[in-house]
Structure formats: C-alpha cells, structure tokens
Design a protein around this ligand. Sequence first.
Ligand code: NAP
Length: 348
Amino acid sequence: MAEKVIIIGSGPAGWTAAIYAARASLEPLLFEGAPIQEYYDQGRGPLGQLAMTTEVENYPGFPAGDMGAYLDDSIDDSLRKYMAPHEKTGVSGPELMELMRQQAKNFGTRIINDDISEVDFTEKPFKLKSLGGESFEAHSIIIATGARANYLGLESESNFKNRGVSACAVCDGALPRFRDVPLVVVGGGDSAVEEADYLSKFASKVYLVHRRDKLRASKIMAQRAEENPKIEILWNSKPVEVLGDDENGVTGVRLQSTVDDSERDVAATGFFLAIGHTPNTDFLQGKLEMNAKKYLTWTVPFRTNTSVEGVFAAGDVSDDYYRQAVTAAGTGCMSALDAERYLAAQGL
Ligand code: NAP
C-alpha cells in the first residue's frame, strides 16, 4: 500500500517535517540516509551537516547550560548509551539532531536508515527505490536531503576538521578558539566576504584568500571587505596545505601564488571555507526543476512545491541563500503543512 508521505533526509528540515506530518496523522516514513563511510566523508551522512559540527549557539531554545540530565531523560537509552557524555555547556550539533529525531519518533515517525537512490515521479502514487534495493510507493514526498559544503580536498584540511577547519563561520566563528587570533577565509563570493566580515568581530585579523585578482562578491559586499581594517585580501592565492599539530589544531596555512607558484606561510588559528555548497540532488537529475547550481526550485512563491505536484522540498536542498538550521526547520514545517493540504485536496 502506498504511504501517505515519505520524507527523504534527516537534517532539521526532515525531522521537523516528520514531527508535523506525524502529528497530522500522516504516519510519515522517513529515510535518514545510509550510514556509509563514503557519505560521511563527503559530508552527507545521516543527520546532515549539523552532525558534523560542535556547539550550536544560534538555534533558538538552547541557551548555554548543562544538557546532560535532559539528554539522559529524553533520548532512548538504546541510543543515549552510544552518544558522547555531555561535558560542555549548550547543545552540540549531533545532540540537537538526536533530540529532533527522538521528537519525531515519539509521535510515531517510522525511520529507515537507508537512502533513496531512484525516483519515478511520472505516475501516482510515486515510486521510490532505496540503495538497499527495496521499492516504496507514496502519495506525497518531501525532499530534505540538504547540501554539503565544498572543501578544497586537501588531506590536511580533513585532518583538522572541527579543530580549526570549518565551512560555517556563522556556526563556529564565535567559539573561544577563534577569538583574538588571526583567521583565514577562502573564497571570493558574497559568502566569503560576509564570513570574513562576521569573523572580524572576534578575530584579531582576517585574511581573505582568493584565487583571482577580483572578488566575485557584489560591489557593496566587496567594498565592505576592502574597507574593513581587520580584513586583508590576499589576491591570486590558493591554499595548498593547512598547517597544524595534534595539540593545537590549525596553526597556519601554506599559500601558493596562482601567478608564479611561489609559496608562503600565513599564521592562523582558523581556516574557514566559503567556496560554495553542493546540494544533494544527484538522484533527482531530470526529475524535478533545479536552478543552475542544481538546487531544487520552489515553483510557487512562499510554498515548498516543486515542479511535480505532490513533491515538496525543504531545507538546504532548496535554499542556497540562508542555509541555517532554524530556516531549514522552518521550511520543513512548511513542507509538511503543504503535503497535508495537498493530500486533503486529493481526498487521501
Ligand atoms: P559563489 O558566489 O559561488 O562564490 C564561490 C567563491 O569561491 C568564488 O569566489 C570562487 O572563486 C571561489 N571558489 C570556488 N571553488 C574554489 C576552489 N576550489 N578554490 C578556491 N576558490 C574557490 O558562492 P557563495 O559566495 O557561497 O554565494 C552563493 C550565493 O549566495 C550567491 O548567489 C551569493 O550572491 C549569495 N549570497 C548572498 C549574500 C548576501 O547578499 N548577503 C551572502 C552570502 C551569499 P572564483 O570567483 O574564482 O570563481
């Protein structure tokens, strides 16, 4: 029998959609992703990007405090015993995701730890196939597969992830390790400038490393970077190695000139990537309308509808602009309400 709604993805958008859909008696079936090492390495494992971050200080409702007792009480014992002991204040990304998952489960969401690898939206009910080879049918679908930050692909870069290397200045920039120290931001677009500007509030200095001699960022943003006394733009430069050690994490960056290949080292305690994101939409190529960067397009303003009636998109997979946990959760809620109304209109 076809499901009323299948949700694909297990970040804030997916879990929020599940909480709303479950409470609306839609009995959602959620695919949380396959726990495959290759997917974790690519930044698209189960529980999404937040599962790879440390403290989350900007998700409303979680001020700093000892979460330990609350986690013990709210998370299933079967899972809690595998979670790291709560040693710090405030909520961490993985904890926040486990809490959302638990909340969705409490309302009856059924969870499958596999990925959807094939879809057929040409007839209704829609047909889906999982990586494990199983087939499913659903009257409505919510796509919440997120996006992954682009990294340069340097070995040293992955060695220092979460120890000074970050692809989210807004998430991590205010952490103590990045205060009053020099930091590096890589990229030349609006994100890079915005992140450099944001980090300059905490850092002693921000080096904006760009591979060309002109920023891609809009004029007003570029001007902001050029006029900020704490930001120094290092033109025609690309990082070839993140420097550091086990004790201190990142301590600097080796840069190579894109003009004459000469190299130099810059001391820095943080290394922030702002070179774009890639949405997890490979399995949807040719099935749903996407923009030039392969993000799913919302076809009705302020609604989560995609180009196929009955298929909705929420979170970063359809947002290359805000990309925050709280905005993803917000659109996840919208997608469940949109699916509920669509199903009601179909008499399902
Ligand atoms: P983007 O505009 O695609 O810029 C990516 C930047 O990263 C480019 O400067 C690019 O260099 C550089 N880059 C890409 N791959 C690289 C590599 N392998 N090595 C070194 N550098 C690399 O992405 P974005 O800045 O994330 O912005 C995404 C969208 O969001 C844009 O439409 C942007 O306008 C918007 N946005 C707006 C705001 C705002 O208005 N406040 C803030 C953030 C984002 P090249 O320039 O040489 O290609």
